[in-house]
Ligand binder design. Structure first.
Ligand SMILES: [Zn+2]
Length: 202
C-alpha cells in the first residue's frame, strides 16, 4: 500500500499532460490565426486599395526600388492593414534610444510634456540625464520586439506565401532582405531558415 516514492512515472505523466495542455493552447492560437489571417483585406478601405495595387505588386521584385516606391503609394492602405494585424512588425510602435540603443515598447517610454512637441524619452538614460536632455529623446523604430512566437510564425508563413505570388520570389532571400528591414539577429534569421526547411521539407 501507499505510493512508491522511487517511481517517477506518476510525476512524469503529470508533466506530460501539462505540456500537452500548453502546446494545445499554442495550437489553438495558431488555428485562430489561420482562420483570421488578412480578413481586413476583404473589407473597406483595404479591399479598394489592394484592388488597385495587387496586380502591380506581382511584377516587381521584392525589396527593389520599384517595390519600395509602390509601398510608398500604398502607405495609407498599409497603415490601416498594419494597425489591425499583429503579424506585421509595423503593428507595434517601438522607440529607440540614440544613446543606449535600447528598444522600447510604446507603453514603457516616458513623455516630456513640458516641451511643445511632447518628445518620447528613454526611461533609462533620463534617470541620470533628466527628461529634458534631447540626447535621450527616442526615434521611431521598426523591429520584432513587440511580437510573440505565435505572431512570428504567422509572419513567416505570410512571407512564404508572399514569395509564391512574386514571379522571382524566394523565401530565403526574403528572410535575408527582411533582416535589414526589421533589424533581427543572425540567430533569429537562422531560426527562420530552420523553420522553413523543416515545415516545407526543403
Ligand atoms: Zn537610453
Amino acid at each position: 500500500m501507499g505510493e512508491n516514492r522511487s517511481d517517477s512515472t506518476q510525476e512524469t505523466l503529470e508533466h506530460i499532460r501539462q505540456v500537452n495542455k500548453y502546446l494545445n493552447n499554442c495550437a489553438v492560437q495558431l488555428i485562430v490565426r489561420a482562420v483570421d489571417h488578412d480578413n481586413s483585406k476583404l473589407l473597406s478601405p483595404e479591399k479598394q486599395g489592394f484592388d488597385r495595387f495587387n496586380y502591380r505588386l506581382k511584377d516587381v521584385t521584392y525589396g527593389s526600388e520599384e517595390y519600395k516606391g509602390l509601398l510608398k503609394e500604398l502607405k495609407p492602405v498599409l497603415d490601416h492593414h498594419y494597425s489591425r494585424n499583429d503579424h506585421h512588425p509595423e503593428h507595434f510602435k517601438l522607440w529607440r534610444c540614440p544613446l543606449c540603443k535600447s528598444i522600447f515598447n510604446e507603453k514603457d517610454v516616458l513623455i516630456n510634456n513640458s516641451v511643445q512637441e511632447k518628445p518620447k524619452v528613454c526611461p533609462e538614460c533620463s534617470k541620470s540625464l533628466g527628461i529634458g536632455v534631447c540626447e535621450c529623446w527616442l526615434s521611431p523604430y521598426i523591429g520584432l520586439k513587440g511580437m510573440t512566437l505565435i505572431n512570428l510564425l504567422e509572419m513567416l508563413m505570410d512571407w512564404k506565401a508572399a514569395t509564391e505570388r512574386h514571379n522571382n520570389g524566394d523565401i530565403f532571400k526574403s528572410i535575408e532582405i527582411n533582416q535589414k528591414r526589421f533589424n533581427y539577429s543572425d540567430e533569429l534569421k537562422q531560426i527562420f531558415i530552420n523553420t522553413i526547411k523543416e515545415i516545407f521539407e526543403i
